[in-house]
Design a protein around this ligand. Sequence first.
Ligand code: T6T
Length: 314
Amino acid sequence: TLVLAACGGGKIGESGGGGQAAPNNKKLTLITGVKAEPFYISMRCGAEAEAKKSGYELNTQEPDKFEASLQSPIVTGVLATKPAGVLIAPTDTKALAAPMKQLTGAGIKVVEVDTALEDKSVAQSSISSNNEQGGQLAAQTLAKLVGSGTGSVLVLNTKAGTSTTDARAKGFEAEIKKYPNLKYLGQQYTDNEPSVAAQRVSATLSANPDLVGVFATNLNTGEGAATSLRNANKQGAVKLVGFDASPKQVDDLRNGGVQALIAQDPATIGAKGVQQAIAAIEGKTVTRDIATDLVALTKDDMQSKSQYFYKQSC
Ligand code: T6T
């Protein structure tokens, strides 16, 4: 079907199927990994501000859980609303490929924010932290905290197939092997549930009483690990390095529940995602991969780096 575009000097726009977005379509949609989480709230704040500056309208859609089976139908729903561009944090490197291809097949420009598909041909641009480097930084930070001590070290991952946390675990593993005083126990998945992360830490403490360090690869794993170490009276004795900087994680850093955090810059990921989507829509030059800042925070230097704390609202 052909419809007359509402504006744009009477140009004819296409509806349904493939092709380009209707002229003057200034609609963007952000599909996050999970609702009501400070990482994605900060991302949305950055994206909304940037869209407004450029005269675009940004709508946000979020699954109730970080789960591909809940996110995929959201993508299909967004397809029907015909935005000019979609920013998406795919919750699985493979499962989101088919629904995302439906978007590009309909002429919608797609930009990945934070997580990404394995198939690099779907999105036009991907904005994220350098997560492998973040894992390396976590290993260096943990090794420094342990100092000359010896013992075992555990990694808590989220779900297999999450591009970001898998890259963090990979970077950590490569780097921690450079410290002969530390024995790497490998990684354990937690389904991105704080309660499962807490169980994994207490089981590891029983099986490996020489545990000296834990790297929790994201917000939920870190919050769960902090609770478990506190309950076991191991707070501070077992060094915990987390990833992200939610209000709760920042409180934990201040009160000794966690010894270091590797903070990302989700607001900039959102803002740059909008810039790249608009460039693609307007036929301007698009950058395929953009890396944003990562920074290690400790109790001693956290106040001078407070711009990295995540937000609960814009
Ligand atoms: O660590 C972030 C994000 O980078 C990751 O992809 C998924 O987990 C978070 O949203 C934090 O919970």
